[in-house]
Design a protein around this ligand. Structure first.
Ligand SMILES: Cc1cc2nc3c(=O)[nH]c(=O)nc-3n(C[C@H](O)[C@H](O)[C@H](O)COP(=O)(O)O)c2cc1C
Length: 342
């Protein structure tokens, strides 16, 4: 029996952030079980990407486990990798509540969390005790009060603490809920940011550790092409696409009016699917195989994940579908994936 499906009507009656906190409270108890089930992956699901070995191409996207508190649980559910964060260098509370809304009838989430983060020091401390056999990425952001011009200092401060205790890092310049953050995607802002991060990576002796960049779905096609060129020439290791969208046009009426009434924030889940795929295809065409791409945005079934891999993505990530479908989603997707072509 799918316990999550049975409990879903009750869970969805709770305020979304209360439900999230309750799930994490329970999850922390589960993580302390001495005998958590071990995931069994078909050997054919294995993938290599940016020099790392992944037991499956399916991972958990950033934003759910911001503080790296449930890593044993994600591993047990069968995720091949987990992107923790976004972690900001200093702790910050995020935006005022309510800031998280779900629309189950459309498989849609609206959030304006605004990087609630315990800060890099606390999260790094926790990561020192991370489980083995799970690839962990650290998604990094800047603090809200840090001016755009000093963003690099924030990313570097977070990187110094997080990079030594993860397998890869991802620079988040695409969340819509930190004012000005997305401006860092402009080529003239991106070049010094990436150069500064790669310098630090070298200084810390982490040259072999992959550094990725996570992009928004709301960029014009020509801008995407320009960003791809900056990314490739900079020497970073790959791209993640996409983050949430600000575009209310992805939601059809009459739901759109209800979504708009909830105010600002990024949209994710089923309504993001087509837009994210279009953006990824444009990026893949511009990349011409020069860097790997991690697909994210609206993926919720084996067909979606297979489609992203067939398009050329090296790996995939889910977030919203896990909220609506529950933990069984992971095995359901794995069962429906084609063995990797040999
Ligand atoms: C509540 C919520 C919080 C999120 N927080 C972050 C975050 O802190 N950093 C980040 O890079 N992406 C964050 N995301 C974006 C997801 O990682 C993902 O890119 C996006 O939700 C699209 O995937 P999905 O349609 O599978 O949810 C968040 C998404 C949601 C729904």
């Amino acid at each position: 029996m799918d316990l999550y499906a049975a409990l879903r009507p009750l869970i969805f009656r709770l305020d979304p952030e209360t439900a999230h906190n309750l799930a994490f409270w329970l999850g922390e108890r589960v993580c302390s079980w001495p005998r958590l089930p071990k995931p069994k992956h078909r050997a054919s699901l294995r993938r290599g990407a940016f020099g790392l070995d992944f037991p499956t191409p399916l991972g958990l996207a950033a934003g759910l486990d911001k503080g790296a508190t449930l890593l044993p649980l994600w591993k047990s559910l069968g995720f091949g990798h987990v992107e923790i964060g976004t972690v900001t260098p200093r702790p910050q509370p995020g935006n005022p509540k309510p800031r998280l809304f779900r629309f189950p009838e459309a498989g849609l989430i609206l959030n304006r969390m605004g990087f609630n983060s315990e800060g890099a020091e606390v999260v790094a401390g926790r990561l020192k005790h991370r489980p083995t056999g799970l690839v962990v990425g650290g998604n990094l952001g800047k603090n809200k009060e840090t001016p755009e011009a000093q963003a690099l200092d924030d990313y570097r401060a977070a990187y110094r603490l997080i990079a030594p205790v993860v397998d890869y890092t991802a620079l988040n310049v695409s969340s819509p809920n930190t004012p000005g953050l997305r401006n860092l995607q402009a080529p003239e802002a991106l070049k010094p940011l990436l150069a500064g991060m790669l310098d630090l990576r070298k200084e810390l002796g982490l040259e072999r550790q992959p550094l990725l960049l996570k992009l928004a779905p709301d960029l014009a096609p020509e801008d995407l092409d320009a960003i791809v060129e900056v990314a490739v020439t900079s020497g970073i290791s790959g791209l993640i696409a996409t983050n949430t969208t600000l575009d209310r046009g992805v939601v059809a009426e009459p739901l759109r009016a209800r979504v708009e009434a909830r105010g600002a924030g990024g949209l994710s889940g089923v309504p993001l699917k087509a837009k994210a795929r279009e953006v990824r295809r444009r990026i893949l065409a511009a990349l011409r195989g020069r860097l790997p791409l991690v697909a994210c945005g609206g993926l919720g079934s084996a067909e979606d994940v297979q489609g992203a891999l067939d398009d050329g993505a090296a790996l995939t990530q889910v977030y919203s579908a896990l909220i609506f479908e529950g933990p069984r989603l992971v095995s359901r997707i794995h069962q429906g994936l084609r063995p990797q072509d040999l």
